[in-house]
Design a protein around this ligand. Structure first.
Ligand SMILES: [Zn+2]
Length: 322
């Protein structure tokens, strides 16, 4: 089977790069795009960033039918075996199975802040259902990215579905052309847009702990309600992967950001761009969250799954700390 690199059109690369460069759409290596035709699907590779779609080789070609078969239970769901060029060391995104299974030529998946504000809590979800009522959309409950999430998506979509809201995760938009998908994302984003309340960080008076600096997002620790959300749990997978479960109020040497109640968020000076992007994401979400909307944490079990931790041991550690 040929790779068909001509599927990676300048328009497709441009859409991918635009989404990847906008922190309100994608943070760090999150999100992914794909384009398919017949047997071949090009998808973002795991660990690469959409922002680099026009300047680097971030896409990998897979056997679309083999990847679709993995979505339906054949294989481990990693789609590693479906890569067409054996010389390529890039691995397809962990979310390859749903891209392959969705019967649309172009699929874009983002961790849109406006979407996250809506899909992470009860009131937001109800609002989203109203705001998108005349679009072909479905809402999918939280599941671990990879095969579990793909199964939830496939059990809910119909051939007409073009918008998928992933609870506590993000957005998927599908279409026949890059333009269709770009316009659809714009439409959904416009409908879900939320006003930013003027949260401003007051520079903390005290010095940051050794090895840390005060983050731009420190307002989250300075406002009691925001602090309560930030410590109550985590609300979407990439937060857990990059910043750990919830945000810690004590430095145990493991995570890059630590909350100091009423003071600020201490950020390790060597925090990576992806960790910084995830902290900004939390701040961007809280700054748009209406005061009467709640946030549902994904829960201990889901956090342990994401970190490949033994759920029972994790519960015991937390219980010991309390
Ligand atoms: Zn995702």
């Amino acid at each position: 089977m040929k790779n068909r690199p001509e599927l990676l059109t300048p328009e497709f690369r441009a859409l991918s790069a635009r989404l990847g460069s906008d922190p309100l759409q994608v943070q760090g290596p999150g999100g992914n795009t794909s384009i398919k035709d017949g047997d071949v699907m090009w998808i973002k590779a795991s660990g690469t960033e959409l922002a680099n779609a026009e300047t680097q080789d971030i896409f990998v070609a897979v056997d679309r039918n083999a990847a679709k078969a993995e979505a339906h239970g054949q294989g481990d769901g990693s789609c590693k075996q479906t890569v067409l060029d054996p010389a390529i060391t890039l691995r397809p995104s962990i979310e390859t199975t749903f891209h392959a299974a969705l019967d649309h030529k172009v699929v874009a998946h983002t961790h849109s802040v406006a979407t996250l504000v809506h899909v992470a809590g009860l009131e937001g979800r109800a609002q989203a259902v109203q705001k998108l009522a005349d679009l072909p959309f479905v809402m999918v409950p939280y599941a671990k990215p990879g095969l579990p999430l793909t199964r939830e998506i496939l059990s809910r979509v119909t051939p007409d579905t073009k918008v998928v809201l992933l609870q506590n995760h993000g957005l998927i938009c599908c279409g026949d052309t890059v333009d269709d998908v770009s316009n659809l994302i714009h439409d959904v984003e416009t409908r879900l847009a939320m006003a930013v309340s003027g949260r401003q960080t007051k520079p903390p008076k005290e010095r940051a702990p050794e090895g840390f600096e005060w983050a731009h997002e420190s307002w989250v620790a300075q406002e009691a309600w925001a602090m309560a959300h930030a410590t109550a749990g985590s609300y979407y997978p990439d937060h857990v992967v990059f910043l750990g479960p919830a945000l810690p109020v004590q430095d145990d040497g493991r995570w890059p950001a630590v909350l100091y109640d009423g003071v600020g968020i201490a950020l390790r000076v060597e925090a990576t761009p992806s960790q910084r992007a995830m902290l900004r994401c939390l701040s961007d979400i809280l700054a748009r969250l209406p005061s009467d909307w709640s946030l549902d944490p994904i829960g201990l079990e889901a956090e342990a799954e994401l970190l490949n931790w033994d759920a029972e041991k994790y519960r015991q550690t937390l219980a010991a700390r309390a």
